[in-house]
Design a protein around this ligand. Structure first.
Ligand code: PMV
Length: 332
């Protein structure tokens, strides 16, 4: 069998965050989460199963993958082989349209693209839900990069829940709302503590139980305001959500600090600009860069203000993006 397939997937920004698993091995999360797929940030991945190979081959951005990345990709390829009932090893090349070193999460788009390209190359035709379940096992947030637009990922936390019940589905298509994620890059350093480790440490924070018990109310409010396309209505909850994620990280043992002084400067500026009438709300992932949500009509003004801020190295703006899809141009 030699069927070369290339897929493209976008990264996504969580509005309600995923932090902590109830089943770490299967990456089944503790809570439901909500996200916007990001048109501007993409990964393209080509996969080809080749019986001449003795081992999987993993190339990222033109270079052989480091050991950690290789292992994680090879594990995902093994899941695909198991489903397809084949033994053949695969050649896998991928590239991001943004520098991996920019500190922007790339595992969501990477594992979504790998899962789609890998399953098709192995001769499987999985539906969106099954792709999301499989992508989730490579990187939790990748489950949300399979559908496009505005997405919800169901946690499935009952004692009787099975892996195939934890998947992401579209809430609204990308064209439904001209929302923008304006990203203020304040650091180009690679993450000090990866999110897999962060999820594992979440259980050591004394506040995890409190968060999980209160979260359903916030989740339903944000979901309702999202469907109503009411940025103001969900803004305070979105900021609180980012702060809570970082509060959990900072109160883990050992604590994880993702913020830098520049992160705080951006958050302060957004609050000040909002007081002057610019309707903008920040959120953060497991890193120092700030994501600021605004209506498309305010994106240029916000980007200009951010560029003038000390410590902001670059500004990117993203519209809502589409789902993971097969494309015709191969990487090798
Ligand atoms: O998919 P992971 O394991 O990289 O986790 C992502 C965690 C956050 O980005 C911090 C939150 C989220 O929901 O995307």
């Amino acid at each position: 069998m030699s069927n070369k397939i290339t897929a493209l997937a976008h990264s996504n920004l969580a509005l309600i965050k995923y932090w902590g698993n109830h089943d770490a091995k299967l990456r089944m999360p503790l809570n439901d989460s909500l996200s916007m797929t990001l048109d501007a940030l993409t990964t393209e991945t080509t996969v080809e199963f080749d019986s001449a190979l003795e081992n999987d081959e993993v190339v990222v951005g033109g270079e052989p993958a480091d050991e950690k990345t290789f292992t994680r990709v090879a594990e995902q390829l093994a899941r695909i082989r198991q489903l397809a009932k084949i033994e053949t090893r695969a050649r896998t090349h991928s590239r991001n349209n943004f520098p991996s070193a920019a500190g922007l999460a790339s595992s969501a788009s990477a594992f979504a693209a790998l899962t789609l390209a890998g399953t098709r190359a192995a001769g499987l035709e999985l539906d969106e839900r099954a792709l999301s379940v499989l992508a989730r096992q490579g990187s939790g947030s990748a489950a949300r990069s399979i559908p496009g637009g505005f997405v919800e990922w169901l946690a499935a936390t009952n004692v009787t829940s099975t892996s195939d019940q934890s998947y992401a589905r579209q809430l609204m298509p990308p064209e439904a709302w001209a929302l923008r994620d304006v990203i203020a890059l304040v650091s180009a350093d690679a993450k000090k503590v990866g999110s897999t480790e962060g999820h594992a440490l979440a259980h050591t924070s004394p506040f995890l139980g409190e968060r999980i018990s209160r979260l359903p109310m916030r989740y339903h409010r944000v979901r309702r305001e999202l469907l109503a396309k009411n940025l103001k209505g969900m803004g305070a909850d979105i900021e609180a959500e980012a702060l809570e994620l970082h509060m959990l990280a900072m109160t883990s043992r050992p604590p994880i600090f993702y913020w830098t002084p520049e992160t705080v400067r951006v958050m302060d500026a957004v609050r000040a600009w909002r007081a002057e009438g610019l309707e903008a709300y920040y959120t953060l992932d497991a890193g120092p860069n700030a994501h600021i949500l605004v209506q498309a009509s305010d994106a240029a003004e916000l980007a200009q203000r951010l560029r003038a801020l000390e410590g902001v190295r670059a500004v990117l703006s993203s519209a809502p993006g589409g789902g993971a899809r097969v494309i015709e141009t191969h990487l090798f």
